[in-house]
Design a binder for this molecule. Structure first.
Ligand SMILES: [Cu+2]
Length: 339
């Protein structure tokens, strides 16, 4: 049974890695926020809480898409890693985030023309202490900006070795082509042609505890046992890493954002079309207790209701959309069904 479990876990990793590949397809890094061009993560002051309309929709770009598989691995490891208040206390955090940096590097090198704001300080602290640090204060030199950080690593003195295994989504080179890094993107055309549909969650905000949201199409009786990469009805996971303790730093947004999970693989496996009536189901699991929540229990949580959207989200990126851009999509879904 250990082997079966392990195979299951590797299957999940395949799904998470596909989510990374999906994120890397987005040519926009993050949406600018407000006139100074702050991206969402650079809101300079959280105390007092900021106006809702300062928070852009961050679903439809690399940053928003990539956070999902990032969160999934936090939840997958569990324990401290799945608790925002303690996550960096787990030694695996450092090596895990070293790879997050590497994936950022993949994106940066694939988009050499991208520009990042240098106007905004990345502040390691929030709250009243941070209020004293301004763009012009003497302390500012201790801090850095997104523009300083988002550079090709070779500009700041280090480089990445050649991976020992081909990146996920590339074919292994033919046996005879020994030393060339010439692996070709796997079914590149096919993937580009099948980017949708998307499972979209709106009004996503912080939670206290950590939850796993597993998504299925046309599986109304879904249970945790059906979470498997081999199940054609299974779309993937949307982990919500809890803030833990009390969010005393005011880091939680008040308005909420939209997040999207690509369902192209599932739609292709089930031969679904936009005109079909497709049932969307979610199984929400409370990570610490492994308890499955009833729809009555998870419905009041922020951003736990999903809908299926067939439009390619990249077509709808038209600038900051504080109201989470879901007003004009067509859907043929029964949202939020579960066991
Ligand atoms: Cu992390």
């Amino acid at each position: 049974t250990q082997r079966v479990e392990r195979t299951q876990l590797y299957g999940m990793s395949r799904i998470f890695q596909q989510q990374v590949v999906d994120a890397l397809k987005f040519n926009t890094f993050s949406q600018p926020q407000g006139v100074p061009g702050y991206p969402w993560a650079n809101i300079p002051v959280f105390d007092p809480p900021q106006e809702d309309d300062l928070y852009p929709n961050r679903a439809l770009n690399f940053d928003g898409l990539y956070e999902q598989p990032h969160d999934n691995y936090h939840g997958w490891i569990g324990g401290d890693m799945a608790d925002n208040a303690y996550t960096a206390f787990d030694p695996v955090f450092s090596s895990y985030h070293a790879n997050i940096d590497r994936m950022l590097e993949v994106w940066i090198r694939a988009h050499p023309a991208a520009q990042y704001t240098t106007q905004c300080l990345l502040q390691p602290f929030a709250g009243s202490e941070a209020d004293d640090v301004t763009f012009t204060s003497a302390d500012a030199w201790r801090y850095t900006t997104l523009g300083d950080m988002a550079q090709d690593s070779r500009h700041i003195g280090y480089d990445y070795g050649v991976p020992v295994a081909p990146p996920f989504g590339t074919r292994r080179p033919a046996a005879k082509a020994c030393c060339q890094q010439s692996s070709t993107p796997m079914q590149a055309q096919e993937q580009t042609a099948s980017l949708g549909p998307w499972v979209v969650f709106d009004h996503v905000r912080c939670t206290h505890d950590t939850y796993l949201i597993d998504v299925f199409l046309n599986q109304p009786d879904a249970t945790p046992q059906q979470v498997s990469a081999d199940n054609p009805h299974y779309v993937g996971r949307f982990s919500r890493i809890g803030m833990g303790l009390v969010d005393d730093k005011g880091r939680c947004i008040t308005h909420g954002v939209s997040r999207a999970l690509n369902a192209a693989r599932t739609a292709a496996a089930l031969n679904l079309r936009p005109t079909d009536t497709t049932q969307l189901s979610v199984v929400v699991t409370h990570l610490d207790s492994a308890r499955v929540l009833t729809p009555q229990e998870y419905a009041p949580l922020p951003g736990f209701i999903a809908q299926l959207v067939w439009d390619d989200p990249r077509q709808t990126v038209a600038g900051p959309a504080p109201s989470a851009g879901c007003c004009s999509v067509s859907t043929t879904t029964t949202p939020g069904e579960s066991t």
